[in-house]
Write a protein that binds this ligand. Structure first.
Ligand code: FES
Length: 256
């Protein structure tokens, strides 16, 4: 059930030209019924979709991002971009989770050119899921300003996240199940905790302070961060020269 009356989710779909896009075409020609509120961007391979495209779409107010690619083993390029798309999807979902956005707002599905019915089914399923989740932000209980800030902070961290992905999380498995197991393993969760969570919190704090100076309490409330954790991040950011404390106003500000 929708959390907002008359809510129609805004959806963006990145569809691989060789399979899912052709599947969508067949679906239309065959007159299968499915919700038509997804805007489509045709890409040459699902592997061309980047975390930045996803985060920017959410910053622009999209409620759900769909990526449609060729089935594993059937990508049309030797680089087999759909495996990269799978890793990208998992890592981006981890980031979304950390900033309080429901990771199910990002979906990756395989649809071949002959699977018009499957296209209708996966889009209907995703639309129903988004209807359940409600509008982006409202569904999560995050106000619009805080959401924008969190998405921007996550996007600023992408160059670092890509480095972590390349150095620590670049894997190649044969099946989706193996990717699921790997990205939900204790080992990966530990890596995310050690390498990403603090950096993401600091990126949110510096993005917030880039707008206005704030006290520790204000920062913690606005970003829904634990006060002790906020103080810890402010101390380490101070030591690194990223932020400074204005004694007279009792506020932290971005270092000049
Ligand atoms: S060509 Fe379709 S996913 Fe690579």
């Amino acid at each position: 059930m929708s959390t907002t009356e008359n809510y129609k989710p805004k959806m963006l779909g990145f569809l691989c030209n060789w399979c899912c896009y052709a599947g969508a075409d067949l679906c239309g020609v065959s007159r299968h019924q499915y919700p038509a509120n997804m805007k489509i961007i045709r890409v040459m391979c699902s592997g061309r979709v980047d975390s930045e495209h996803v985060l920017r779409a959410f910053e622009d107010g999209i409620d759900g991002v769909f990526i449609g690619g060729c089935w594993l083993g059937e990508c049309h390029y030797v680089t087999e971009g759909n495996y990269d798309a799978l890793s990208m999807m998992h890592l981006t979902r981890k980031v979304l989770e950390q900033i309080g956005v429901n990771p199910e707002r990002l979906q990756l599905k395989w649809v071949s050119a002959s699977e018009g019915i499957r296209y209708a089914e996966v889009v209907t399923e995703f639309t129903n899921k988004l209807n359940e989740l409600g509008p982006l932000g409202k569904g999560e209980g995050i106000d619009a300003d805080a959401l924008q800030l969190k998405l921007e902070a996550a996007r600023k961290l992408l160059p670092y996240l890509k480095l972590v992905e390349r150095e620590k999380l670049r894997v190649r498995f044969a099946t989706e199940e193996e990717y699921d197991a790997f990205f939900n393993s204790d080992e990966v969760n530990r890596l995310i905790r050690e390498l990403i969570i603090d950096k993401l919190a600091i990126s949110q704090i510096t993005t917030l302070l880039g707008r206005n100076p704030h006290s520790t309490r204000e920062i913690s409330e606005m970003l829904h961060l634990d006060p002790a954790e906020t103080a810890r991040h402010l101390n380490s950011s101070s030591r690194q020269g990223l932020v400074g404390y204005d004694e007279s106003h009792k506020r932290y500000a971005l270092a000049a």
